[in-house]
Design a protein around this ligand. Structure first.
Ligand code: SF4
Length: 651
């Protein structure tokens, strides 16, 4: 079995990775301090009152650190007025200046606010999207140039007690890093390290690090790699977690939880920002819910630890590279099939044809036909309930094994057995049997016996407080014993509302899917969560982890003081025209300075280039510059049509 360097304290026992304490004004980040919540203003930094008032709304909602963009010297200088006005109104919350491309603005801001954020991809580089072959000496010369540009800021921060975030973004790596390391998590880490070495040489350590990406898979791998690197090098800088351009509404929340939550589950992260294309105060409750789960996590029964050798983890998968767990196909589950979605209807009083509307099946009475949406679930679990109508041809029904005996002849009905009960059952399906297990069930003996059953799909449940870790341990156990049966991840959420359900389930399930574990998802909910929400969340988790694409992917920036149009309104307009384009990735970015880089792997880009002006992109290429904003959404639609990615919407 391969061995991998660890990236957290333990894969089985929750504890936070201990970082050094960084002081940001009176706020402390890292060490044993609580995970801090922060956000960023979207107002024009030159509009002091609007920025102050928005900051106050954020702070009143629970924001502990307010970031404000400083694109040039005048905005950097105006941070003093903002700070003063906040103080006059009784608010002492530390401020962070957000810097891209402008060392001169950074050097001013660092004398005014408590923290500066620099992006190593563009602090001293103008991005040209060029691939340049660097000789070692040319590369070293570049590093020297960066050292000259960056050292003055480090000295100012040191002198003024200002903290710094070295914030790498996947979408804005420098051409130099891209040329040598590619568009990779390793490139992201190296980008930060180049700057960190300069700080180290100046004996300046009041630093927080981030590795953001819009793709949670890239983001999670980059942070893990960063921690591994820091562990090797004896470093302990606090981590600021975030998924960039996560979008709005349900998509933004699910994607953020997938990336941020996965890392929090392993005890990584000292401060977080949830980037939503919404007013920044709405990010705060989401961030609080994500973080709140870890403040008092009870230990629960101990989960068997994973083996290690010479400090390396002996595990059957790489936490640094995605590879789906190898499994055999049983019916439409496992192997190369996309993960299935199972809707839990077992607590309904009766299941009717209308019940299926909530999970993507619309029955047309005049046509006597089922219409499927792109988010039609694959199975429903009916428990002991009977179904007395003809089910859609693509749907399966999972029934408790006792009940199943009486409906075994019905179309596509399959039994659910409870662990060892499967072996003694007199009646089994020839096609597909679901067997419920948890980590305790998965003894060597059980796995040895069940692995040869070619019609079995395991349904992996858990009731452990550190549930994701227990389920991950179960996958490790199955992989170590070479069990190839497909596994559906089952979780129960009796929570107070749909938002908590969405955030918790996305954290827990995405953390497994991002490591290639899981051939299906089954989310059981209480009465506070509708079947519609449960189904949409299940598909959302698969979309966020890129394991099953069922809708358009929007990579929209949260907006900031650089934004050149109403991002929320525009995103809503673009969404209303394109939401049916399954699998198409559309970047919606507020400014030309960062937008094109941050769009990452979007297929099409809609980027603000001036007041009322939009530039459209196909991939990384500019297609049309400076279109009038009122014509730009239709021009985007035309561009998508031209490239053959358009389909008409089925009403
Ligand atoms: S891409 Fe959006 S959030 Fe990023 S700098 Fe531009 S306007 Fe601000």
């Amino acid at each position: 079995m391969n061995t991998y360097a660890p990236y957290c304290n333990s894969l089985t026992e929750f504890s936070r990775w201990k970082t050094r304490v960084v002081n940001v004004g009176d706020l402390t980040i890292g060490g044993n301090h609580p995970i801090r919540i922060q956000s960023m203003t979207t107002t024009d930094t030159m509009n002091t009152i609007a920025t102050v008032e928005q900051s106050i709304r954020m702070i009143d909602a629970g924001c502990e650190l307010v970031r404000i963009t400083a694109p040039s010297i005048k905005e950097a200088e105006n941070l003093a007025a903002i700070k003063k006005e906040l103080s006059n109104r009784g608010y002492k919350t530390p401020l962070v200046a957000d810097i891209h491309f402008t060392p001169n603005a950074a050097e001013i801001a660092a004398r005014i606010v408590e923290k500066v954020r620099v992006n190593p991809g563009n602090y001293a580089d103008r991005k040209k999207f060029e691939h340049i072959e660097y000789t070692d000496s040319a590369y070293d010369e570049e590093l020297l140039r960066i050292r000259e540009r960056f050292t003055p800021l480090v000295k100012i921060c040191k002198e003024h007690g200002t903290a710094m975030r070295i914030g790498t973004n996947h979408g804005s790596l420098s051409d130099r890093i891209l040329s040598r390391y590619g568009d990779t998590p390793l490139g992201m880490v190296e980008s930060a390290m180049e700057f960190l070495r300069i700080c180290g040489d100046e004996n300046y350590h009041n630093i927080v690090l981030s590795m953001k990406a819009s793709n949670p898979q890239v983001m999670v791998q980059a942070y893990r790699l960063l921690v591994k690197y820091m562990m090797d090098a004896g470093m302990d800088y606090p981590l600021h977690l975030g998924v960039t351009e996560a979008g709005d509404g349900e998509d933004g929340r699910i994607k953020s939880a997938a990336g941020i939550g996965t890392l929090l589950e392993d005890g990584l992260g000292d401060t977080i920002r949830v980037s939503l294309t919404e007013d920044p105060e709405f990010e705060i409750p989401v961030a609080k819910s994500l973080v709140g789960r870890y403040s008092n996590r009870i230990a629960g029964n101990s989960i068997p630890s994973v083996e290690s050798e010479n400090g390396l983890l002996k595990i059957p998968y790489s936490p640094y590279d995605y590879q789906r767990r190898s499994s055999s196909a049983v019916s439409n589950i496992g192997n190369t099939n996309v993960p299935v979605v199972i809707a839990d209807f077992s607590k309904k009083e009766k299941i009717t044809a209308a019940s299926l509307f909530a999970v993507g099946y619309n029955y047309s009475v005049p046509l006597d036909k089922w219409n499927l949406t792109d988010q039609a679930c694959d199975f429903i679990y009916s428990g002991d309930l009977e179904i007395d109508f003809e089910i859609p041809g693509t749907l399966g029904v999972i029934v408790n094994s006792e009940k199943w005996k009486s409906v075994a002849q019905a179309d596509r009905h399959y039994p659910l057995f409870c662990g060892n009960e499967y072996f003694s059952a007199a009646m089994k399906s020839n096609v597909l049997n679901f067997v419920a297990v948890d980590l305790a069930t998965l003894t060597d003996d059980f796995i040895g016996k069940i692995s040869s059953e070619s019609s079995v799909v395991l349904v992996l449940d858990t009731f452990h407080p550190h549930a994701m870790a227990e389920q991950r341990r179960a996958f490790i156990q199955l992989m170590q014993l070479d069990c190839k049966l497909p596994v559906v991840i089952k979780r129960n959420y009796m929570v107070e509302d749909e938002e908590h359900f969405q955030l918790y389930s996305s954290t827990d399930c995405a953390a497994l899917f991002l490591d290639g574990m899981g051939d299906g998802v089954w989310l059981k909910t209480g009465e506070k969560v509708s079947s519609v929400a449960a189904n949409k969340t299940a598909f959302g988790i698969l979309q966020a982890t890129r394991t099953r694409i069922s809708k358009t992917e929007y990579i929209s920036c949260p907006s900031c003081g650089r934004t050149l149009f109403d991002l929320q309104e525009t995103t809503a307009k673009i969404r209303s025209r394109t939401h049916h384009l399954k699998g198409v990735k559309i970047g919606i970015m507020g400014c030309i300075v960062n937008g094109p880089g941050e769009m990452a792997d979007a297929d099409y880009g809609y980027v603000g280039t001036g007041a009322g002006k939009i530039t459209l992109y196909k991939g990384r290429e500019v297609v049309t510059r400076n279109i009038a904003e009122n014509e730009a959404v239709e021009a985007l639609v035309a561009l998508i049509q031209e490239h053959g990615d358009w389909v008409e919407q089925v009403s």
